[in-house]
Design a protein. Sequence first.
Length: 157
Amino acid sequence: MPDGPESSIGPDDLDELAARMDEAADAYIRGDLRRYLALFDHGDDYTLMPPYGGPTVRGYEPTEEGIETTSHFFSGPGAAAWETEATYAAGDLAVLVGVERQHGVVDGRPEQDWSLRLTLVFRRVGERWQLVHRHADPLVRAIPFDHLAELARGLDD
């Protein structure tokens, strides 16, 4: 862990957070959103940069309808495991950088690899972790630059 501002978050805390993320990723891909939500809170200032692109989403307020919709969207068999590539801690913030290695049935599509690269920022509030930022992308495997340029142009061109 690089030197930075004093932090009350130590290596054991980061290991526990990564283990919790492992459980959360597995619950989410299987459509068990209630279990996922039991593992983390979302800060009032939560931001999401979704894996499919587009604008940054601000805020997260789970509703019963939203929980049911998401649970059905990820309703097939699946499994996930979190792989930590780097961790950082400063003050009450912790950052996990890694890959969710996952496969599953998403939106009724055939089971496939849904692995994502992630940067996650957590804030510790008392004994609970709040997820305050999630940046995800599906570029776990390298793609040719021409393909990247095509993606960057968007669907309209």
